[in-house]
Design a protein around this ligand. Structure first.
Ligand code: NAD
Length: 263
């Protein structure tokens, strides 16, 4: 299927690893020009080099949890033209009991997982509306509707992303611009792989058995009983970023293998 995104300009935040990098790769393969981002310039340069065989890719290093860095990022993006596709992907998480999370840490969650997306959308959405064309995708999480007791600030921030997306979609009424959130479930990224390998080794289990047990014990409602791949999440995002998905607006698209037990 041709996703019809040749020469569209896409910005994918937090795309030097994991899901963001996977999204950047699929969009490039579909013909979009992609701006990748991460905090470290070295890492951004290395990913630009790695992905350049797939298409026109540019890199802008910036810590988008910080206002001044975000402003500089926006200025640099404008040099490449008008943004057609904005994917607010970057995010942080930590496993920590609720009573140990400080006010400062709560604020960091909001700056990183929510306000970064608010700022970029505030900058790029108006021009999409003027041009009557554009896509905003906010990467939330299954945790946004099924909060995790050991990751409450993360879950709250992802709930906020879902609400933000729906609210913004309301502002696109009658246009060809759409705003949707995407809710991945457990996804096999380098970070997750490192964590699972360490945890399996600690229990003297092989990774395959450990992963099976993990889903049986911790994610019994998962229908796929495995991690999603980065490609599975990225392909979903690419479809929502395409003109082909023009009737999908204001939705919270699950890619969580059925973990959320509701229709
Ligand atoms: P990851 O840690 O592998 O990658 C995160 C990326 O964000 C990296 O490129 C990192 O450099 C970048 N980043 C982090 N903070 C940044 C900042 N302040 N400024 C700029 N870049 C920053 O993460 P991932 O697992 O691929 O997750 C991507 C998104 O998907 C996140 O929003 C995450 O919450 C969400 N998600 C992931 C999973 C999962 O199982 N992996 C599940 C549900 C939702």
């Amino acid at each position: 299927m041709d996703l019809q995104m040749k020469n569209k300009l896409a910005v994918v935040t937090g795309s030097t690893s994991g899901i963001g990098k996977g999204i950047a790769e699929v969009l490039l393969k579909e013909g979009a020009n992609v701006i990748v981002n991460g905090r470290s310039k070295e890492r951004v340069d290395s990913v630009v080099k790695e992905l350049s065989s797939f298409g026109e890719v540019y890199g802008i290093a910036a810590d988008l949890s910080l206002q001044h860095e975000s402003e500089r990022f926006v200025e640099e993006v404008h040099k490449h033209g008008a943004v057609d596709i904005l994917v607010n992907n970057m995010g942080m998480f930590e496993v920590k009991p609720f009573d140990q999370v400080t006010d400062e840490e709560w604020m960091t969650y909001f700056q990183t997982n929510v306000i970064s997306a608010v700022r970029l959308t505030r900058n790029f959405l108006p021009s999409m509306l003027e041009r009557n064309s554009g896509r905003v995708l906010n990467i939330a999480s299954e945790a946004g509707v099924k909060p995790l007791s050991q990751m409450i600030p993360y879950s709250v921030s992802k709930g906020a992303m879902i609400s933000l997306s729906r609210g913004l979609a309301e502002t696109t009424k009658g246009t060809n611009v759409t705003v949707n959130s995407v809710l991945p479930g457990p996804t096999w990224t380098e970070g997750v792989a490192g964590f699972m390998k360490g945890a399996a080794a600690e229990e003297n289990k092989d990774l395959e058995q450990f992963t099976k047990d993990y889903f049986k014990d911790n994610e019994p409602t998962s229908l796929i009983q495995r991690f999603a791949t980065v490609e599975e999440v990225a392909n979903t995002v690419a479809y929502l970023a395409s003109p082909l998905s023009s009737a999908i607006n204001g939705s919270a698209q699950r890619v969580e293998g059925g973990i959320i037990r509701s229709v």
